[in-house]
Design a protein around this ligand. Structure first.
Ligand code: SF4
Length: 333
């Protein structure tokens, strides 16, 4: 079985105490059953502290955050008490894997890094070591998805990534074309004939149908989501805006790389493309250092399944995410 991963995947090293926004902050970590059993049986002060911090919520075992919203195992020097005493093998699955992503499609596996980790964000948005490497692993379980749909999504994702690199189009234009490309692929996922598609024609159509966008209404959708930090709430209230840059192309590529194939699970590609467009727009509008803004966006949105689901729903129900409004916002920039 093929394992595909960007070259920067192997370069990643946790910043530990030097991390500007530790993953040991704000997130209440869910403990897997194996780690929980280990922690419950652990003797000494560390075992006592772990047992005191664990509680049940919706069937999961969670480590309760401290009053200053850190993991109770976080030390003042920024290191993890469990890792310091038990080594890497003492960590629960969530902590030992983060920020590594593994999407197992049965036939093949894609590895990546989460944008919500500052060091991963630096690697993703640096533009270096972006080539996809391949290694072999023993075959896993047989895939339970539609192989034709996956073949279509793989091919179209490659075209989408090429489009985002194409310097004939501004980033706003490329994203506008991406929406129409998404509709063409969606039609095929729905069993229709492949519609004719050409990027220049798509851009012409996009410009023709675009209507005035409503930036504040789109931001209002984000204000209505689950919010982790006051800083994020404040940033949504006081957007700064910034121009599109080449790094936004890398950002869009990251979202396409990570979310496009997920449509094989429910055949909803258009919702995901609109999620990608809204993500790029909102990150641009919030301005500031792109690396920091994108990382915080990912921590607030991508790492919260409820928020992602809410945006996928809004893609079809919220007027601010109507096709013509998104096109207007992309093409006016
Ligand atoms: S967010 Fe990333 S760099 Fe920071 S502590 Fe966590 S894994 Fe390390």
């Amino acid at each position: 079985m093929e394992i595909r991963y960007p070259a920067y995947y192997d370069t990643f090293r946790c910043l530990a105490g030097a991390c500007p926004d530790s993953c040991c902050k704000e997130w209440a970590v869910a403990i897997d059953p194996e780690a929980e059993a280990k922690y419950r049986a652990l003797s000494g002060p560390l075992g006592d502290a772990l047992r005191a911090a664990m509680y049940q919520e919706d069937g999961d075992t969670i480590l309760k955050l401290t009053d200053d919203r850190h993991c109770p195992m976080w030390r003042q020097d920024g290191l993890c008490r469990i890792q310091a005493q038990l080594g890497e093998e003492g960590l629960c699955q969530t902590c030992s894997q983060f920020p590594r992503l593994r999407h197992d499609y049965g036939d093949f596996v894609e590895l990546g890094l989460e944008l919500s980790c500052p060091e991963a964000a630096r690697l993703i948005l640096s533009g270096k070591e972006q080539q996809i490497l391949v290694r072999q692993e023993t075959a896993g379980e047989a895939p339970d998805y539609d192989r034709d749909a996956m073949a279509l999504l793989l091919e179209s994702r490659g075209q989408a990534l090429d489009l985002l690199k194409d310097s004939r189009f501004t980033i706003g234009e490329a994203l506008a074309i991406l929406l129409l490309m998404g509709y063409g692929v969606q039609a095929q996922l729905d069993g229709e004939e492949a519609p004719a598609f050409a990027e220049d024609t798509a851009l012409h159509t996009a410009k023709k149908i675009a209507a005035a966008g409503d930036k504040d209404a789109l931001l209002e959708i984000y204000r209505s989501l689950e919010i982790l930090t006051e800083d994020w709430a404040c940033r949504l209230e006081t957007p700064l805006d910034s121009p599109w840059t080449e790094a936004h192309r890398l950002l869009a590529k990251y979202f396409v790389q990570r979310h496009w194939l997920q449509a094989v699970s429910d055949f909803d590609l258009v919702g995901r493309v609109k999620f990608i467009l809204a993500s790029c727009l909102v990150i641009k509008w919030l301005g500031g250092d792109l690396l920091v803004t994108a990382q915080r966006y990912s921590k607030e949105i991508e790492n919260d399944a409820d928020n992602v689901d809410a945006l996928l729903d809004a893609a079809y129900t919220a007027p601010a995410m109507a096709d013509i409004r998104l096109l207007g916002l992309l093409l006016e920039e």
